[in-house]
Design a protein. Structure first.
Length: 263
């Protein structure tokens, strides 16, 4: 697997050469847009609105609209100078507890592998993070965008978790919610019984993308001219308040929480 980024971890004056490998991959079917009449692939054409003619990608530059209908163009060279951070460098700014970052800030993970000449310092960083139960916070520019990131231990490797800046999250007070009533003791006890009934260890590999698997199966069967059996789970509906406790008590007899699943 080819590294997606190469650079350094910078801790004060300590430099550790590293390579980043993306830790995620798409498992979704790749859909292609086709012409309905002859199933020929379609393509998008770049067009200049003012001249109303197609243009090539070589004629395209990036710009920012600073007034309605008025733009400032920025070259790649100018964009490279916009960050005060050194190029190709993960700059560690502090260390903190492993639970210091709230879940909504996490965006994308990368495996961090030591580069040539950085094996010993990398091993040292990993060992001390394990001993202290801490993670390092850092700033880095990836693909022309500056990020804050968390560097933590994952097995025998370091993992770089790209985070969102605080300004990228919608403030909580922008979301309106209806007033919540206090549950009755019977309701709380019934739901707590369900929670305890289905409590257990979580294993990520127990879960898989069922929709993607269904689509792949559907494509294969249609290619062979075979019918696809219908497999629909019941759609959820709002449960009337008087039915909440009885339905929760019925749920205790189920083998699994997934509706319509008999596995």
């Amino acid at each position: 697997m080819k590294a997606s980024w190469q650079g350094y971890i910078d801790l004060g004056r300590l430099g550790i050469p590293v390579r980043l490998y993306t830790a995620t991959q798409s498992i979704q079917p790749k859909f292609v847009q086709l012409h309905r009449e002859d199933h020929s692939p379609v393509q998008r054409i770049l067009e200049c609105k003012a001249e109303q003619r197609p243009i090539s990608i070589d004629e395209v530059v990036r710009g920012v609209e600073y007034e309605p209908g008025r733009y400032i163009t920025l070259s790649e060279r100018e964009l490279e100078r916009t960050s005060p951070l050194p190029a190709k460098t993960i700059v560690i700014t502090q260390f903190t507890n492993l639970d210091a970052v709230q879940p909504q800030y996490y965006e994308k993970p990368y495996y961090v592998v030591p580069g040539r000449g950085g094996e010993r310092a990398y091993a040292l960083m990993r060992e001390v993070l394990v001993r202290t139960h801490m993670m390092a916070m850092a700033q880095v520019v990836l693909y022309s965008k500056e990020h804050i990131a968390a560097l933590r231990v994952e097995g025998d490797l370091l993992l770089l978790l790209v985070l969102r800046f605080a300004g990228e999250l919608v403030p909580r007070d922008h979301i309106r919610t209806p007033p919540l009533t206090k549950p009755s003791p019977a309701e709380a006890e019934a739901l707590q019984a369900v929670v305890e009934r289905f409590n257990g260890p979580f294993y990520m590999h127990d879960y898989h993308d069922e929709r993607a698997e269904y689509i792949r199966d559907l494509v294969e069967r249609k290619a062979k001219g075979l019918p696809m059996p219908r497999s629909e789970r019941p759609k959820p509906q709002a449960t009337p308040e008087d039915d909440i406790v009885p339905i929760l008590r019925d749920t205790l007899s189920e083998r699994r929480l997934l509706p319509g699943d008999t596995a």
